[in-house]
Design a protein around this ligand. Structure first.
Ligand SMILES: [Cu+2]
Length: 167
């Protein structure tokens, strides 16, 4: 698909066509900037853990699905207060990424959730995660990232850890 697209782009030099091709290429998962990603450590037998990162897309996109070989289920989650209780729930319809605006997935807010973990996740290891994005036309594309496992957000002070991840 991508190869076909780039062959078509190279073969046709009409400016209109070139613009059209550029436009298509700007709307795939690989154009989403992923920064500061980390996944919280998990002990053997733990049911789930969260992953965090900053996502910036040049065009309006949605993060619609998450998967990883270390977990049976991957979901996009949000934490919010319900009365005085912090609860988390799946973000229905996907997490909106407005064009050019960074969206932060962080403890206490949006996060990716890995459930039914098949193994422990130890510090100084990496977890392969596939993120599926949908563009404005609803076309989906995937990107695989290797996300480091950490006990807390990189650069944050020990003790400021907001561990709210209990299922
Ligand atoms: Cu969650």
């Amino acid at each position: 698909m991508n190869t076909l697209k780039s062959i078509a782009c190279r073969a046709l030099f009409l400016p209109a066509i070139a613009l059209f091709c550029l436009n298509i290429q700007a709307q795939t998962a690989s154009d989403v900037k992923i920064e500061g990603a980390w996944i919280r450590t998990a002990v053997e037998g733990q049911s789930g853990t969260g992953g965090f990162m900053k996502l910036t897309s040049p065009v309006a996109m949605k993060l619609v699905a998450v998967s990883s070989p270390v977990a049976k289920i991957g979901e996009v989650h949000e934490m919010k207060m319900e009365g005085s209780v912090m609860k988390m729930a799946e973000v229905k319809g996907g997490l909106e990424l407005p064009a050019g605006k960074a969206v932060e997935l962080k403890p206490g807010g949006f996060h990716i959730m890995l459930l039914d973990l098949k193994q422990s996740l130890k510090v100084n290891t990496e977890v392969p995660v596939t993120l599926t994005f949908a563009n404005a036309k609803g076309e989906q594309s995937k990107v695989e990232v290797k996300i480091p496992v950490a006990a807390r957000a990189p650069g944050s002070a020990p003790g400021k850890d907001m561990s709210g991840h209990k299922h």
